[in-house]
Design a binder for this molecule. Structure first.
Ligand code: SAM
Ligand code: ZN
Length: 273
C-alpha cells in the first residue's frame, strides 16, 4: 500500500508520493517537501504561524506522559477499535501526537497528525520513532486547509483543538467518523477553584458539523491527583486560563504543592452522511 495516498500537495492539490526522503506531487511543477531527520514534513503552503510554542509543548508532553489523560486515549482507541491497517485516521490539531500515536499503536490504522506548531510536530515524530511506529506520520499543516484528498479519511480525531467542520466534511469518506473531544462541565474545576475567587462551570460544546449526524456521546469523568508544583504548572499551561489569569491569581497557583481536580470530557462521535 502506498502510505501517502491520502496526501495532496498544499500548493497545487496534486497527489503526493514519498520518494526516499521527500514528498513529491504529481502536478506539472512537481513540488517537493523534504522529510526532516525527525521524520516530519512541512506541508504548510506558507510559513506556519499560530501554533503552540515550545514551552506549551514541553508542559503538555510532561503532563500527558504521566498518564493523567490515559483514560481519554483508551476510550478513543476503544471507539476506533474496528479500524485496521487499511484505514486512514487524521488527527487534526494533534499537538505532540499523544493520542495519534496511541491510536496508531492500538488499532494499526495509518494515522496522520497535523498541527501548526513545528515544535509539537517534531516532538510527535520523535515519539513515534521511539515507539517504533511506522504507521504514524506527522506534518506541519493547518486544519482549515488540510493537505488531504476529498473523501480520504475513515476517521478524524479533533481533541481539545479548533474545529474546522467544512474541511473535516470534505476529507471524510461517506460513513466515516468525526470524533471531537471537548471539555465537559466540570473539567478542571478543582484547578479553577484553587486559583479564582469566583468559579464557573464550563459551557458544554454543542457542535453540529455540516453533513454529519451525531451517533454517540461518551461522558468521561474522574479525579486526578497532582503531587508537585511542576505537575500543577504543566496542567495549567495546557489550559486557556494560562493566557488570561491575573498576577494575584497566579501567585495562588505558584503556592500550590498538591492538587486534586476533576477531569471531565465529552467525546462526540459524528458520522458523515
Ligand atoms: C490544546 S492543544 C491540543 C493538542 C492535542 N490534540 C492534545 O490534546 O494533546 C491545541 C493544538 O491545536 C493546534 N492548533 C491551533 N490552531 C490550529 C490550526 N489552525 N491548525 C492546526 N493546528 C492548530 C495548536 O498548535 C495545539 O497544538
Ligand atoms: Zn504541487
Amino acid at each position: 500500500m502506498n502510505l501517502s495516498e491520502i496526501l495532496v500537495c498544499p500548493v497545487c492539490k496534486g497527489a503526493l508520493h514519498k520518494e526516499e526522503k521527500s514528498y513529491f506531487c504529481d502536478g506539472v511543477k512537481r513540488h517537493c517537501f523534504d522529510v526532516s531527520a525527525h521524520g516530519h514534513a512541512n506541508l504548510c503552503p506558507g510559513k506556519a504561524t499560530g501554533g503552540d510554542d515550545k514551552r506549551a509543548v514541553r508542559s503538555r508532553t510532561e503532563f500527558l506522559n504521566l498518564g493523567h489523560y490515559a483514560p481519554i486515549s483508551d476510550k478513543l482507541c476503544e471507539i476506533l477499535s474496528d479500524l485496521n491497517e487499511k484505514n486512514f485516521v487524521v488527527d487534526a490539531g494533534c499537538g505532540e501526537g499523544y493520542y495519534t500515536n496511541n491510536i496508531a499503536c492500538k488499532t494499526g490504522a495509518q494515522t496522520y497528525g497535523f498541527d501548526l506548531s513545528k515544535e509539537a510536530i517534531i516532538s510527535a515524530s520523535k515519539s513515534a520513532k521511539r515507539q517504533g511506529l511506522t504507521n504514524s506520520r506527522f506534518f506541519v499543516g493547518g486544519i482549515y486547509n488540510l493537505p488531504v484528498c476529498d473523501d480520504g479519511a475513515d476517521a478524524i480525531t479533533n481533541i481539545f483543538a479548533p474545529c474546522a467542520e467544512n474541511e473535516f466534511s470534505r476529507i471524510l469518506k461517506t460513513g466515516g467518523r468525526l470524533i471531537i473531544v471537548a471539555a465537559g462541565k466540570n473539567h478542571l474545576y478543582g484547578l479553577k477553584r484553587a486559583i479564582y475567587d469566583e468559579v464557573h462551570t464550563n459551557e458544554e460544546r454543542a457542535d453540529m458539523p455540516k453533513d454529519m449526524k451525531l451517533q454517540a456521546t461518551h461522558n468521561l469523568s474522574y479525579t486526578i491527583s497532582l503531587q508537585s508544583e511542576e505537575e500543577i504548572r504543566n496542567l495549567f499551561s495546557m489550559t486557556p486560563y494560562s493566557y488570561r489569569t491575573s498576577e494575584k491569581d497566579m501567585q495562588k497557583l505558584y503556592a500550590l504543592t498538591s492538587l486534586e481536580t476533576e477531569v471531565e470530557v465529552n467525546i462526540f462521535v459524528y458520522r458523515k452522511e
